[in-house]
Design a protein around this ligand. Structure first.
Ligand code: ADP
Ligand code: MG
Length: 242
């Protein structure tokens, strides 16, 4: 691995919208270099949890321990985590290189160095030679790989992905699941990966945190979740993958 991985300890996070508890006392210790999937039905609080870790949502209570301190009040840009959204959030009018170098330019990296690092990140996601292409010319899977390259180009210690494959068709999704997992095995970035797809979580993760109604109801390795669901809810939800 090129870098030393860092753990992320989420402690007792809560977030309410009015009377509604989107996150209800959520704790989750993600180990250094681990890949944890956050799995749950729509509305269970997955994105709220991920965006709280990213720094885009300020929780009402709780701590996020990272690199020896509580970062819960730190703005997103100072956390320096790589984030991949469902909607890619690429700049469509810019070429691939300009998209991937963007986070480096924001950090004041010189243009030449930024281009070199972008080229390397694009190689990593198997898009070497695509730098001059426009985003609009790319397939969904290629766009998602550009988003991934942009998220890893500044060598983040933590990678956060929110349903990054849900816009892709089944075949492409299954290919990309394998690619993302292989990338993780290579880079070993501490990763939180949101999905509502049971199969995807079982395929991709070291451990799965199952969410229901703003709480983590089970945290286990995929086999354990599958064989020993902690509740009727988990059994039913995981059973839909079988
Ligand atoms: P998931 O990603 O699991 O589908 P979310 O974390 O996006 O769930 O949302 C959890 C719940 O919080 C949902 O019921 C959603 O409607 C509610 N929610 C999310 N964001 C807001 C907001 N800004 N204002 C009010 N309710 C919200
Ligand atoms: Mg969501």
């Amino acid at each position: 691995s090129r870098r030393s991985a860092e753990p992320v300890h989420i402690e007792a996070l809560s977030k309410a919208y009015g009377d509604f508890r989107a996150l209800d006392d959520v704790s989750l210790a993600v180990e250094a270099g681990e890949f944890v999937a956050i799995l749950g039905p729509s509305g269970s609080g997955k994105s709220t949890l991920l965006m709280a870790v990213a720094g885009f949502i300020r929780p009402d209570a709780g701590r996020i321990l990272f690199a020896g301190r509580d970062i819960v009040r730190e703005p997103a840009n100072r956390r320096g985590f790589g984030v991949v959204f469902q909607s890619y959030a690429l700049f469509p009018h810019m070429d691939v290189t300009a998209n991937v170098t963007f986070p480096l330019k924001v950090r004041g990296v010189a243009a030449e160095e930024a281009r070199a690092r972008a080229a390397q990140a694009l190689e990593t996601v198997r898009l070497g030679g695509f730098g001059a292409r426009r985003i609009g010319e790319l397939s969904g899977g290629q766009r998602q790989r550009v988003a991934l390259a942009r998220a890893i180009v500044f060598e983040p210690k933590v990678l956060l992905m929110d349903e990054p494959l849900s816009a892709l068709d089944k075949t492409l999704r299954e290919e990309m699941q394998i690619e993302i997992r292989e990338l993780h095995d290579k880079l070993r970035i501490t990763t939180l990966y949101v999905t509502h797809d049971q199969r995807e979580a079982l395929t991709i993760a070291d451990r799965i945190a199952v969410m229901d109604k703003g709480r983590i109801v089970q945290l286990d390795a995929p086999e354990a979740i599958y064989r020993r669901p902690a509740s009727a809810f988990v059994a039913r939800f995981i059973g839909e993958a079988a």
